[in-house]
Design a protein around this ligand. Structure first.
Ligand SMILES: NC(=O)c1ccc[n+]([C@@H]2O[C@H](COP(=O)([O-])OP(=O)(O)OC[C@H]3O[C@@H](n4cnc5c(N)ncnc54)[C@H](O)[C@@H]3O)[C@@H](O)[C@H]2O)c1
Length: 272
C-alpha cells in the first residue's frame, strides 16, 4: 500500500492566513492543489495571499474574519461554502501575544492589565473554539474532516513572561484532545483533530523578545532559547510544512488527538 500525502482538491480553511506562519501554510497547500480559503482579520492581507496562490496557478480566496465574532465566522463560512461547497481541512492559526500582556522589567505580574491578558487568552483559545464550532459543524454534516490547531512550546514548558499566552496554548492542547474524542464519540469517526506545537521561530510576534534592537544580536532570552534547543537555532516557517502536509493528508489517517512538537528538540531537553 502506498502512503498518500496528497492534498490536491481538498478545501482548506486557514485562519490567521495572512500571518507569517499561516501564509506559508496557505501558499504551500495551494501549490499542492488544495483549494485554500485564507481567513484573517487583516482582510487585505488575506486577499493578497490568496491572489498570490491564484497567480501561481492555484485556487484560493481571501476572506476577512474576526475569529472572536461568531457572526463574522458565519459570514466567512457562507463565503467559503458558496465558493467551494465543503471544508476538508481547518487550520486554526489565528493567535499571538501582545507586549502589554507580557511581564518584564517595567511590568510585574501583579500589575498586568487584565484586559490585555483576556485579549491574548481569547484570541488564542476562544478564537479556536468558536472557529471549530462554525467549521467543525460542516465537517460533521459531511461526516469527514480534519482539524489542525496551533499550540506552542509555552503549553508544555511554561515560558517566563508570557503568562496568558502559555495558559491559552495549554488550553489548546487540552481542547485538541477533548475535541477529537467528542467528535468521534458523538458525531463522526472520520474527523481527526490534532495540533502542531512549533518551537521557537523568529517572527514578528516574538522579535521584540528575542532580538536586541540595538545590537541585532540575541537578547538574554534569545540566548537561553538557543542554548535549550539542541539544534542551536531558531526554526523557519517552512519547517512546519512537512508536519502540516502529513497531518492534513491521509498519510496520518490514524493520528488523532495528538500534539506534534516541531522544535529542534527543545521539548526533549531538560537543560542538563
Ligand atoms: N512564531 C512563532 O514562533 C510561533 C511559535 C509557536 C506558535 N505560534 C502560533 O502560530 C500561530 C501563527 O503565528 P504567527 O507567528 O504566524 O503570527 P502572525 O502575527 O504573523 O499571524 C497571526 C495572524 O492572525 C491574525 N489575527 C489576529 N487576530 C485575529 C482575529 N481576531 N481574527 C482573525 N485573524 C486574526 C493576524 O492578522 C495575523 O495575520 C499563532 O497561533 C501563534 O501563537 C507561533
Amino acid at each position: 500500500m502506498s502512503v498518500s500525502f496528497d492534498v490536491e482538491g481538498k478545501v482548506a480553511v486557514i485562519t490567521g492566513g495572512a500571518g507569517v506562519l499561516c501564509s506559508e501554510m496557505s501558499t504551500q497547500l495551494g501549490s499542492r492543489g488544495a483549494k485554500v480559503a485564507v481567513l484573517d482579520i487583516a482582510e487585505e492581507g488575506a486577499k493578497e495571499i490568496a491572489a498570490k496562490i491564484v497567480e501561481d496557478g492555484g485556487d484560493a480566496i481571501g476572506v476577512g474574519v474576526d475569529v472572536l465574532d461568531k457572526d463574522s465566522l458565519l459570514k466567512a463560512r457562507d463565503v467559503v461554502m458558496d465558493k467551494y461547497g465543503r471544508v476538508d481541512i481547518l487550520i486554526n492559526g489565528a493567535g499571538g501575544n501582545r507586549a502589554d500582556a507580557t511581564t518584564g522589567d517595567d511590568m510585574s505580574f501583579f500589575d498586568l492589565p487584565i484586559e490585555a491578558l483576556e485579549w491574548v487568552f481569547d484570541l488564542n483559545f476562544m478564537g479556536t473554539v468558536l472557529t471549530t464550532q462554525v467549521f467543525g459543524k460542516i465537517m460533521v454534516d459531511q461526516d469527514e474532516g480534519n482539524i489542525i490547531n496551533i499550540s506552542s512550546m509555552a503549553a508544555i514548558r511554561p515560558l517566563t513572561r508570557v503568562v496568558g499566552y502559555g495558559a491559552a496554548k495549554a488550553a489548546i492542547d487540552n481542547f485538541t484532545k477533548w475535541m477529537a474524542v467528542d467528535l468521534n464519540q458523538n458525531y463522526s469517526k472520520n474527523i481527526r483533530v490534532n495540533a502542531i506545537a512549533p518551537g521557537f521561530l523568529l517572527t514578528q510576534q516574538n522579535y521584540f523578545l528575542l532580538v536586541d534592537e540595538k545590537t541585532g544580536g540575541d537578547t538574554a532570552r534569545g540566548h537561553a532559547i538557543k542554548s535549550h534547543t539542541p539544534m542551536d537555532k531558531y526554526g523557519k516557517p517552512e519547517d512546519l510544512i512537512g508536519a502540516i502536509l502529513w497531518l492534513a493528508s491521509d498519510a496520518s489517517s490514524f493520528v488523532n488527538g495528538t500534539i506534534v512538537p516541531i522544535d529542534g528538540g527543545f521539548s526533549a531537553f531538560s537543560g542538563v
